[in-house]
Every structure is written in structure tokens, then in C-alpha cells.
Design a protein around this ligand. Structure first.
Ligand code: NAD
Length: 486
């Protein structure tokens, strides 16, 4: 007897129900650890976005005036459901993205729950300003939800970044049309199931799956969507800004980076070394905050280089469910080819590969997966393409420097300005470098330590606006000043 297995199909979440796309067409969803298709993604289009916007518009009058305590309560139910389905979500994230399962458990799903928890409770403490004038006049500022907002997210931290946008938008009383990356849609789909279970009112959150140029651009272009919160590549951000700016939409853009990691002679050597392992290769180097340009002061250059190379060459690259895996698969075949092409470029630019530099071929069912060795390159000029363009994979360069002035010049030389890490035991120097570096985020003697209340975002081509804490609640509300003469 022939058995026909049908591939699991994800569904859109529109007006409170899970449904097929208007086209009834689907895209392949690949498991990066095996290179095989394992589910199908709705190939949605403008019709689905229009339906989602209509549902969100219909829900807004009620959701926007729902007391914040009630909104908070509903969002906290989603937190409970994420925690109740923790392992399932972590397994889904790891399979969809290729990241080690332990990492999805430790970081991605934990943070998705915290994002909702943080903004569900943060909204209860969100207050606005009053400005008194001497001549018996008072001003007070209302902060009202915007209406229907669009949230578009990337593939590297799928549920983590998706919820980082949705949570403040919903808590502030907006209705949302959201699009996860088509490369990693699975946990956003599972979240929609949890929203149904949590009793989120119909139309308050709508999740439309599909391609950027179809679904993403329909969201950006839609006249009834008044704000866009986007995280992704700089070129996509520029495209979104081009469409949204003439329509005067509010925009928050979190874009690419090429982050410097500055290691001074007087650092705590072991701490700097061990943290640099993580800041270089966590999530296969696919975190916008990874430090891909490592500058090491001359006095410890050789010692640091040799210890770093030794440790990196022992990092195990393996399939995501291997508990020993330090690196899993990169997210897609296309991305693997892009990263490998940069490794080729570094050779053409005169770089020396100290360790790594190759695709990894695992055995058995993982033989077609997308694996790359963690790679360290030495001997490149600070202004070559390898040191200026975002690679977004397990590839870092190391460069010696002599003076603070020289390293600041090199660190500040790219089009990007997202995050920097500084290693020194000299407090005055730490403050001085933090002051003179052109980045939105500076970590001193640590990396990726996150307090969700702090402003998050970049300068230059790394973005516009800030997420996090009250910055996000301010973005998702419109201030209105009321001036009263007594
Ligand atoms: P991407 O720009 O290709 O895609 C991001 C999202 O935008 C996806 O959902 C995609 O479908 C959608 N999209 C694509 N074209 C669109 C269009 N024309 N209109 C509207 N939406 C469109 O980025 P990616 O490859 O998914 O993610 C990697 C990039 O994200 C890297 O550059 C990385 O640095 C950046 N990133 C930045 C941050 C940050 O906080 N600054 C965080 C994570 C990732």
C-alpha cells in the first residue's frame, strides 16, 4: 500500500483564525540542519494583508480602550502559554533556524517570554508628562495608541525579535499586522496558536506569512498602517524607508552592523578571551550584535591570537540537537554560499585564515546541512571589503593596534554604528572610548548583557530610532499636548 504523507502547512493568523493564504500557494520551508524541506509556508500576498488590516482596524476601537490592566492580563496569559510549551517552541526554533537546541532553550524562548512579560507589566508603569507654566497654564501630554501598525522581523533570532516588536505594540493598545521572516516562520506560527488559546481578541494581532517583496512591501505600502517597526538588513530598511517616508509613517529601523571588539593590553585576559568566543560565534555569528572585527592591542596581540585560535579550532560544529554542538547550521543554503564567498574574498584581499575557512560536511541525515567552520582571519587592512561589509556568519578578523586614537579611527570607519565591546581595566579609558565611539550600544568588559529597559538601536546605517523600555512604548504611541489656561 502506498502511503501519502502530506507536508505540514503553516497557516496565517487573521482575525483570530488560522487560515490558508488567498492564493492557496505555499513556499518550501527548509531544515538547515539537513538541507531538506520539512514544512510549507503560506505564499501570501496583498489580499491577505488587506484582510489582516481590515481585521486590525475593526479590532482597534475596542482594544485601544481596553483598560491596560486587562490588556496586560491577556498578554501575561501568552507568557504562561509560552512557558507551558517551552520545549516544543525551542525544538521548533532550533529546527527552523539551525541553531543549537540548548541555545534556543537558553536564549530565544526565554527572551520571547520575557519580552511579553516586560511590556505587559511595563505598560502599567508608563506615564506621561505635565508641564506647568507660571501664568496659571498647564500642559499635559496624552500618549495614545497609533492604530494599526506593521511589524517585520528577520530570521536570526526569530521569535525573540518578532515578540520584541509585537509585545510593546499590543501592550500600548495598537492592533498589529506582523510578518516573520519567510526563512524561519515556524515559531511565529506556533505563537499564533497560543494567541488563540490565550483568548487574544479577534484581529488584535494578525500574522501574515510569506515573502518580503510581496507581504512585507504590502504592509509597508498599506495606507491604513500608520507605523512600521522593522528589523533586518540595511538595504531592505532603505527600501522600506523609501516607501514609508512619503506616506509619513512612523518608522523604527533596526538594521545591519559590523561591530568592533576592542581589546586593550590592560584587559582581564581570560574574561576577554572567553567572552570573545561567544561574541564572535554565538548563533553561528548570526547576531546583529556579534563582534566581527576584533582589534587587539600590540602588547598582547600574539598571546591573545594564539589562545583564541586554539580555542576556536576546538569549537564543535554539529547538528542542532547534539548537546556538544557549539555551532549549529547557518540558516540557509543561500546564506551559507554568501558567507563562503566572503571567505574566498578575504583570500583575494590578502588575508590569512588562521583557523576554519571551510564548509563542514556532517554524516548521515545531516550530510546536506549548511555548516561552516568558525573562521579567524588575520592580515587585512581595516578598510578592505571584508572589514567593511556585514558578513553575518562565523567569520571574524583580528587586527593589531597601538594607540587608542588609531583603534577608534578603525572602529568608526564603517557605514555601520550598532554596537561595540571594549575590554580594559582602566575605568577612565573605558569611559573615554565609550564616549568617542559612534555606536548605539557599548559594552565594557561584557557582551550581550541586556536590561530590557535600556534604549536599543544603532546610529549611521545601523538604523533609525530605538527599541526597548519606554522608548518602544513611546514609539507605539502618539503624544498629544493639551494646553489649558486656568
Ligand atoms: P532582510 O532585510 O532580508 O529581511 C528582514 C525581513 O524583511 C524579512 O521578514 C523579509 O521578508 C522582509 N522584507 C524583505 N524585503 C522586504 C521589502 N521589500 N519590504 C518589506 N519587507 C521586506 O534581513 P534578514 O536577512 O532576514 O536578516 C539579517 C539582517 O538583519 C542582518 O543585516 C542583520 O544585521 C539584521 N539584524 C539587525 C538587528 C538589529 O537589531 N539591528 C537584529 C537582527 C538582525
Amino acid at each position: 500500500m502506498v502511503q501519502i504523507f502530506s507536508m505540514f502547512k503553516l497557516q496565517n493568523y487573521i482575525n483570530g483564525t488560522l487560515q490558508a493564504p488567498a492564493s492557496n500557494e505555499y513556499l518550501d520551508n527548509f531544515d538547515p540542519s539537513t538541507g531538506k524541506v520539512y514544512s510549507l509556508i503560506p505564499d501570501s500576498d496583498e489580499r491577505d494583508v488587506n484582510q489582516a488590516v481590515e481585521a486590525a482596524k475593526a479590532a482597534f476601537p475596542s482594544w485601544s480602550v481596553t483598560p491596560k490592566e486587562k490588556r496586560s492580563e491577556i498578554i501575561l496569559k501568552i507568557v504562561d502559554l509560552i512557558n507551558a510549551n517551552y520545549d516544543k517552541l525551542a525544538e521548533a526554533e532550533s529546527r527552523d533556524n539551525g541553531k543549537p537546541l540548548w541555545l534556543a532553550k537558553k536564549v530565544d524562548i526565554a527572551r520571547a517570554a520575557s519580552n511579553f512579560h516586560f511590556f505587559a507589566t511595563g505598560i502599567l508603569h508608563f506615564a506621561s508628562e505635565a508641564h506647568m507654566m507660571e501664568d496659571r497654564v498647564i500642559n499635559y501630554t496624552r500618549r495614545d495608541p497609533l492604530g494599526v501598525v506593521g511589524c517585520i522581523s528577520p530570521w536570526n533570532l526569530p521569535l525573540y525579535l518578532f515578540t520584541w516588536k509585537i509585545a510593546p505594540a499590543l501592550a500600548a493598545g495598537n492592533c498589529v499586522v506582523a510578518k516573520p521572516s519567510e526563512v524561519t516562520p515556524m515559531t511565529a506560527y506556533l505563537l499564533s496558536e497560543l494567541c488563540v488559546e490565550a483568548g487574544l481578541p479577534m484581529g488584535v494581532l494578525n500574522i501574515v506569512h510569506g515573502l518580503g517583496p510581496k507581504v512585507g512591501s504590502s504592509i509597508t505600502e498599506h495606507d491604513d498602517i500608520c507605523a512600521i517597526s522593522f528589523t533586518g538588513g540595511t538595504a531592505t530598511g532603505a527600501q522600506i524607508a523609501k516607501v514609508a517616508a512619503p506616506k509619513f509613517k512612523k518608522l523604527s529601523l533596526e538594521l545591519g552592523g559590523k561591530n568592533p571588539n576592542i581589546i586593550f593590553d590592560d584587559c582581564d585576559f581570560d574574561k576577554a578571551l572567553n567572552t570573545t568566543l561567544a561574541s564572535s560565534f554565538a548563533n553561528q555569528g548570526q547576531i546583529c550584535l556579534c563582534g566581527s572585527r576584533i582589534f587587539i592591542q600590540r602588547g598582547i596581540y600574539e598571546k591573545f591570537r594564539d589562545a583564541f585560535v586554539e580555542k576556536v579550532s576546538r569549537r564543535k560544529v554539529s547538528y542542532p540537537t547534539d548537546p556538544e554542538a557549539k555551532l549549529g547550521a547557518v540558516v540557509s543554503k543561500g546564506h551559507m554560499e554568501k558567507v563562503l564567498s566572503y571567505i574566498q574574498l578575504t583570500k583575494e584581499e590578502g588575508g590569512t585564515i588562521l583557523t576554519g575557512g571551510n564548509q563542514v560536511h556532517l554524516e548521515g541525515e545531516h550530510s546536506e546541512g549548511y555548516y561552516i567552520e568558525p573562521t579567524i582571519i588575520e592580515g587585512l587592512s581595516y578598510d578592505c571589503r571584508t572589514n567593511q561589509e556585514e558578513i553575518f556568519g562565523p567569520v571574524v578578523t583580528i587586527t593589531p593596534f597601538d594607540t587608542e586614537e588609531e583603534v577608534l579611527m578603525m572602529a568608526n570607519s564603517t557605514q555601520y554604528g550598532l554596537a561595540a565591546t571594549v575590554w580594559t581595566e582602566n575605568l577612565t579609558k573605558a569611559h573615554r572610548v565609550a564616549n568617542d565611539i559612534h555606536m548605539g550600544i557599548v559594552w565594557v568588559n561584557c557582551w550581550l548583557v541586556r536590561d530590557l529597559r535600556t534604549p536599543f538601536g544603532g546610529v549611521k546605517n545601523s538604523g533609525v530610532g530605538r527599541e526597548g523600555g519606554f522608548e518602544a512604548l513611546k514609539f507605539f504611541t502618539e503624544p498629544k499636548n493639551v494646553c489649558i489656561s486656568l
